[in-house]
Structures are given as C-alpha cells and as structure tokens.
Design a protein around this ligand. Structure first.
Ligand code: NAD
Ligand code: DAU
Length: 339
C-alpha cells in the first residue's frame, strides 16, 4: 500500500512512520509536513537517507495544488492525516492557525482525496472533542461533541466535516479519537517531556490549578497500532475511540516522574489554571476492541519508564528542538501563569 502521511515529522507521525515501515515491508510512505515549530525533519533523516520506501515532501496540507499533485496518477492508495496545530495552551494564545490547519487544511485534504478517488482516508482526531467528564463515566463514540478550547473546537470542526463528507459523498473516511499520548519524540511543551526537562535542570515544575485534572495516558505505539487497525480494518464512516486504560491525575504523573529521576518534590509549583481546563478524560474503546481487535499493550509505569529512558538517551534531540521560538513561548507562558 502507498500511504500519504501528513504531519509525519511531529511526535505521533514520526512514531507511526517508523512503526509502519517496520511492520509492513510492502508499504511505502510519502510524508507531507510543513515543519512548524513542532515538526523536525531530522526525526526521520535516517529513513530519508537509507529507506527507498520513504519520501519526505516539505509543504502545507492547505496547499491545494501540491496535494492534488501528490495524489495524482495512482501514486497514493490511502491518506492518514496527523498534521495539526496540537497544543491547547498555544490555541488559547492564538486560535487562528488552529482553524487554518485543523479545519481548512483537513477539509482541503479530504476534498483533494475525494476528487482523486483515494480509497481510504483516516483522520486522526482527539478525545478532547467530547469536552470534559465528571468524576465517573467514560467517553463513547456517541458522546455529544462539546469542545472547550480553540484547539478542540478546531478538531471537532474537522470531525464534523469528515462526517459530512461520508454522508454527502460516500467519501471513505474514518475518524480516530485518542486520549493523551506519551513516548519518544514528544515536543517538550507537553506535560511529560516538559516536566522531565525542568526536573533535570532543577527548575520548577508548573502544575496547573490543583493538579487533580485527570488524563487517560496511552503509550504512543499503542495509538499508532490503533490508527493502523483503523486504516486496514475499520468500517468506512466510523469513529473509533482509543485510550490507554490509565487514568491518572497530573500531580501523580509529575510525582512519579520526579521519583524515577530521583528529584525532590519541592520542585513542584502550583500555578494559575489553564482557562477552560477540562477536568477529566477517560476513553471507552470497546468498539475498537470489538471491531478492530485493539487493546493497549503497555501500562503507564512501563510506558513512562520506557519514555524516560528514551529522553535520557536522546539529549541531543531535546537540545535541537528547543529553539529560540520554543524558549520565548515557554518563558512568556510561565510568566503569565505565575502572576
Ligand atoms: P505535533 O504538534 O507533535 O505534530 C504536528 C505535525 O504536523 C508537525 O510535524 C507539524 O510540522 C505538522 N503540521 C502542522 N501544520 C501543518 C500543515 N498545515 N501542513 C502540514 N504539516 C503541518 O502533534 P502530535 O502530538 O504528533 O499530534 C498529531 C495528531 O494527533 C494531531 O492531529 C493531534 O490533534 C492528534 N492527537 C494528538 C494526541 C496527543 O496526545 N499528542 C492525542 C490524540 C490526538
Ligand atoms: O487528550 C488528547 C490531547 O492531549 C491531544 O489532543 C492534544 O494534542 C495534546 O496536546 C494533549 O492535550 P492536553 O492539554 O491534555 O496535554 P498537555 O500535555 O498540554 O497537558 C496535560 C495535562 O497537564 C493538562 O491537564 C494540563 C496539565 N499541564 C500541562 C502543562 C504543559 C500542567 O499542569 N502543567 C504544564 O506545564
């Protein structure tokens, strides 16, 4: 199968490209990535240099001519769309790029794929489109969409367009909604790699609000397997939830990390809460279990240990991605939170 992956230089895309080329000797992958602050071409440079089944294309999913050209002439059988602006805090600062890429870009990809009669399109979405849960219950695929951040609203917008493309045109689209990923190559603005970096540097660890917000953590390879199963076995027009069966409070995650790194809890600083901060996420993925045979394979403590080991071995990668733009964003954000 010839797959167009978008956003393959980001966190999940990088892991997906590596895993799929390893598990499917008969697949080839074209990776279309704009290389925003979150995209790093070096993540897959070894494949660019040594793997003929992998091709990198620098470009924007909003660029109609480019996407039409990539999908021309039977060169691609399926599309998997990871490309997005993905960070909630950034969407609070400036929602515009989120609408441009996550809504308009996703629609452009679907429209080009429809015109080129592509046989399969997986749109990678998020549990955040469902909004927030109270102390009990889980999100199912029929939970109403109720996004609370500009990021999640933009993702929900694309999910609704996917639904409309299926209902209106019979477009062969499938949507995945997954909970919080962690693992190798995650950009250090997200909770786990940010806390890792700060703890290693002896800097304070900014926990939002009371630290009791709950996320359902899934190791990135398990999510990638879920996307693979959706692509190869899913029912067209369906939505599939994926989760890790690992509901943890943020403060538990931060304390566990400090204990693995043997750093003191006195580094923890409680800062002003994120506006519109969702209290709790938990995923019911029984549909994916039943129809696709999906189950997460790593529990949280194994996954976290593996993640820390990767960051310990990849200090150069962490240095590379901490550009001036990264530092500006983090400094400003932290200053605002600490007021
Ligand atoms: P990321 O921010 O690490 O990577 C996003 C990638 O998309 C980057 O390589 C970036 O350069 C690229 N990109 C951005 N705008 C683009 C554009 N206009 N055209 C082409 N490429 C563009 O994100 P991630 O954490 O890897 O998330 C990937 C996808 O999975 C996103 O759609 C996100 O909403 C979804 N998701 C993420 C999580 C999570 O926990 N990280 C969970 C569920 C779903
Ligand atoms: O649930 C899936 C989503 O998970 C994805 O769709 C998003 O792309 C991804 O960014 C992630 O969103 P979150 O907002 O949950 O992830 P983040 O790592 O930013 O935050 C995780 C939790 O930790 C959240 O409750 C906020 C809190 N937090 C985060 C940071 C960066 C802190 O307390 N302090 C911090 O410095």
């Amino acid at each position: 199968m010839k797959v167009l992956v978008t956003g393959g230089c980001g966190f999940i895309g990088t892991n997906f490209v590596r895993l799929m080329l390893k598990s499917h000797p008969d697949w080839s992958i074209v990776n279309l990535d704009k290389l925003t602050y979150a995209g790093n071409r070096l993540n897959l440079l070894d494949l660019e240099e040594n793997e003929p089944r992998y091709q990198f294309v620098h470009g924007d999913i909003c660029d109609r001519d480019l996407v039409m050209d990539l999908l021309d002439g039977g060169r691609i059988d399926a599309v998997v769309n990871f490309a997005a602006e993905s960070h909630v805090d950034r969407s609070i600062n400036d929602p515009s790029p989120f609408v441009v890429t996550n809504v308009n870009g996703a629609q452009n990809l679907m429209e080009c794929a429809r015109q080129r009669k592509i046989g399969r399109f997986v749109h990678v979405s998020t549990d955040e489109v469902y909004g927030t849960l109270g102390p009990s219950g889980k999100f199912t695929e029929t939970t109403p969409l109720a996004p609370n951040s500009p990021y999640s609203a933009s993702k929900a917008g694309a999910d609704l367009l996917a639904r409309a493309y299926f209902e209106t045109y019979g477009f062969p689209v499938l949507v995945t909604r997954c909970s919080n990923n962690y693992g190798p190559y995650q950009f250090p603005e997200k909770l786990i790699p940010l806390m890792y970096l700060n703890a290693k540097a002896g800097k304070s660890l900014p926990v939002y609000g009371d630290g009791l917000n709950v996320r359902d953590w899934i190791y990135v390879d398990d999510h990638c397997r879920g996307v693979e199963l959706t692509l190869t076995k899913g029912r067209e027009g369906s939505v599939y939830n994926f989760g890790g069966n690992a509901e943890e409070t943020n403060i538990f995650v931060v304390r566990t990390l400090l204990s693995i790194l043997d750093r003191p809890e006195s580094l923890i600083t409680y800062v002003k809460d994120r506006p519109g901060h969702d209290k709790r996420y938990a995923m019911d993925f029984s549909l994916a279990r039943k129809e696709l045979g999906f189950a997460p394979t790593l529990n949280f403590s194994e996954g976290l240990a593996r993640t820390v080991a990767w960051y310990e071995a990849n200090g150069t990668w962490l240095e590379q991605v901490q550009s001036g733009e990264y530092r500006n964003f983090m400094d400003t954000w932290y200053e605002e939170r600490s007021k």
